[in-house]
Write a protein that binds this ligand. Structure first.
Ligand code: ADP
Ligand code: MG
Length: 701
């Protein structure tokens, strides 16, 4: 077939055919020749260097050695049967071992000849050996010694291997693909951008990523392709943002009215922090532009996001609109409801709560008041999204703890008015800059990076199991001062039963150490009916109990300022961001608070790093950064479903600088040429029109 190109279906590539095409589609989602070419090696074997036998050790991933095969013999019986060769260079000797293909190897290998071998060294009793090495006869007349390049390694699957598509097989396909389409590969970045960022061209990069001649060659290709990938993601995100601004009108809040002012002047019990003031101001400016606001507020636990949300909602009401606030759990929604009512006091506006357990009668009243417009603020859970919930004129939506809600759910909120309401998304899980720029690249981001004054930083300490009595003693002292204590147990799905047991046996010993009637204990876990959970929660909130034993259900948002100690059991089993969230439950009052991380004596390296990080810093952004480095972008909470992080070559944990450069480049382009009409940006239009990977923010059309 003539004119094969990137977009030609993969079955038309020589050597593929319908069957292989089928597995390539199913196993690797490769549909076109372009997809194949973008299936990059996941690592490279450095065949440009040689090791001497004396330099080999078991930590090497692979090593290439030039030496002589001096003997070959079969040893062992039946299943233990293997072929063992002695291999020597001027620095020493080692064993080569084969368990398979013994007969053909015995025929093929030439004892006495010089070979270039490659494989992973292992060490046993101080002796080095390589199992199943790659063997290549050394040809002293050829200029090039062996296969002196960086050899690509592609990941494969069992299914693919059945069709001869192991790493070598895939490499052959890549070669065919490149030979076939090479001349039709066109540049996708404007030349001036390549020049400015010192990038090699696309064609060369595609060749070098699969067949690098040396390390420099490979690095240039990697730099170029990473930039390209991140650049186009940013191009789409920022283009999308621009389109949204043009397409969706926003409600205009052009006055600060009586309600806002009454609250601010007469009710607000504390001065706002500078960060809070700044964010309120950003929101005020945003909501007065005529475009719809989509703003993400990131602020560490306790930074005071709620009051910012409330003031924004009052702004909406002052301008004749209604507002709502959605939280991920009933506990949280309820707490927000009570918290906001208390802050507001009487007479400013009407607030109601709608959750799954709101009774039918109350529900009906709420629906009616919403439609009539007599209800100003509705707080609730997912129940808010239901189609039955209709507003007279909703102008402002707050979503708390953003990552628990999906895109679809947000979209439903958009549709609750003909002009979509302004959206304020609040998250207490700080997201590292690189992730935020990508996941929320089309949102505006506000950061509350300051805690209210007078708050003492939480002291975090790590104790091992055998120091438990000290911990109990400390708890007793704090309770004697009138404080309250959380004790949290892990609850990880695979072993829910075990964890519950853990909690129960922990509870038993606690009840002995902290007996009635002096001490009272609340228990909350995910297996309890919501009613009981709320009841227990409320007892603790009201100070009727001093100790709250819980699983991570208390993780999000719960606010008990009098609680000053957070004990986390099996802390090594929690992720960093979860630990940080949990710690954020204390330190909400004026007293010194403590977080005690309990762990067993054996800690994995990662577990230790997590605990040490927690002990060293209270800064959520710093913690998020460590988390990203430890786990990679795919595992950071909230990123899983987004899809946008499935990158082919860029790595958000490592490529922060490239990302920043790519994003800035896009910003500059749009500044100069908002609709990409300049000749020099032609290539970009073409690329934007091609199939686009998922855009995170909702597109309503
Ligand atoms: P989060 O950002 O975690 O949602 P909250 O909004 O729940 O934090 O605020 C935590 C606590 O701090 C609440 O008790 C709130 O009333 C209080 N708070 C908020 N802003 C301030 C401030 N500027 N000064 C003092 N206390 C504040
Ligand atoms: Mg909150």
């Amino acid at each position: 077939m003539a004119n094969l190109s990137y977009i030609t279906p993969i079955e038309y590539l020589k050597g593929v055919g319908p069957q292989k095409a089928d597995v390539l589609k199913k196993e690797l989602q490769l549909f076109t020749i372009g997809d194949l070419l973008q299936y990059y090696p996941f690592r490279y074997v450095d065949r440009t260097q040689f090791h001497k036998i004396r330099q080999l050790h078991a930590d090497l991933i692979g090593a290439q050695v030039l030496g002589r095969l001096i003997s070959l013999k079969e040893v062992g019986e039946k299943k233990g049967k293997r072929l063992v060769g002695q291999f020597r260079d001027e620095t020493g000797s080692m064993e080569l071992v084969w368990f398979q293909s013994i007969i053909s190897l015995k025929k093929g290998l030439k004892v006495g000849s010089v070979y270039i071998i490659y494989g992973k060294p292992t060490e046993f009793n101080g002796h080095i050996s390589i199992t199943h090495p790659e063997m290549e006869l050394y040809n002293s007349t050829e200029k090039k010694v062996g296969n002196m390049t960086m050899q690509p390694v592609y990941s494969s699957t069992e299914k693919l291997k059945k069709f001869n598509l192991d790493t070598k097989g895939i490499q052959r396909l890549q070669q065919t693909a490149l030979e076939t389409v090479y001349n039709s590969i066109s540049e996708n970045l404007p030349q001036y951008i390549l020049d400015k960022n010192k990038l090699i061209d696309h064609k060369k990069a595609m060749l070098s990523i699969h067949f690098p001649q040396n390390v420099n060659d490979l690095n240039a290709a990697i730099q170029r392709l990473k930039f390209e990938e991140l650049f186009f993601i940013q191009l789409r995100l920022l283009r999308n943002k621009q389109l949204n601004t043009q397409k969706y009108k926003g409600h205009i809040f052009n006055q600060v009215g009586e309600k806002f002012n009454t609250f601010f002047n007469d009710r607000l019990p504390f001065p706002l922090t500078n960060a809070q003031k700044r964010v309120v101001k950003e929101i005020r400016l945003d909501t007065n532009t005529g475009a719809q606001m989509n703003r993400l507020v990131q602020g560490d636990v306790g930074s005071g996001k709620t009051v910012v949300a409330l003031m924004s909602m009052l702004l909406a009401i002052d301008n004749g609109y209604q507002a709502c606030m959605m939280a991920p759990t009933e506990i949280l929604a309820t707490q927000h409801y009570h918290g906001l009512k208390e802050l507001l006091g009487d007479g400013i506006c009407t607030v109601k709560l709608l959750t799954g357990s709101t009774g039918t009668k109350e529900r009906r009243i709420i629906h009616q008041e919403l439609e009539e417009g007599t209800l100003d603020i509705l707080i609730g859970t997912h129940a808010l999204i239901e189609d039955k919930v209709k507003f007279k004129n909703i102008g402002f939506v707050v979503i708390d703890e953003q990552h628990r809600f999906g895109v679809e759910q947000r979209a439903k909120l958009w549709r609750k008015n003909t002009i979509p309401p302004h959206m304020l998304v609040m998250t207490a899980t700080p997201i590292p800059r690189t992730l935020a720029m990508t996941m929320y690249g089309d949102l505006d981001i506000s950061i509350i990076d300051e805690l209210p004054a007078g708050r003492k930083p939480i002291k975090t300490v790590h104790f091992f199991e055998n120091q438990r009595l000290r911990v109990f003693g400390f708890m007793r002292e704090e309770i004697a001062k009138g404080r309250q204590v959380y004790i949290v147990y892990p609850l990880i799905k695979e072993s829910e039963k075990l964890d519950l047991l853990n909690l129960e046996s922990g509870l038993e010993s606690l009840q002995k150490e902290f007996p009635l009637p002096d001490f009272k204990i609340s228990i909350v876990h995910g297996k309890m009916p919501v009613k009981d959970k709320d009841f227990e929660m409320q007892r603790f909130v009201k100070g009727e109990t001093q100790i709250m034993v819980a699983t991570t259900v208390i993780e999000v948002g719960v606010n008990v300022p009098n609680a000053s100690v957070m004990v986390i059991e099996n802390a090594e089993r929690f992720g960093l961001s979860q630990l940080h969230q949990l710690r954020g439950r204390v330190g909400r009052g004026a007293e010194q608070s403590f977080c005690i991380l309990m762990s067993g004596n054996k800690l994995s390296k990662e577990g230790r790093t997590r605990i040490e990080t927690m002990v060293q810093t209270n800064d959520g952004f710093e913690i998020a950064e460590v988390d990203l480095q430890l786990r990679g972008p795919g595992d950071i909470s909230g990123t899983q479903q987004s899809g946008i992080l499935d990158m082919k070559i860029a790595d958000l944990a490592k490529d922060q600088q490239i990302l920043a450069r790519a994003r800035q480049t896009v910003i500059d382009i749009f500044k100069e040429d908002p609709n990409l009409q300049l000749e020099k940006n032609n290539t970009l239009i073409y690329y934007l029109n091609q199939r686009t990977p998922g855009i995170i923010w909702d597109k309503i059309s």
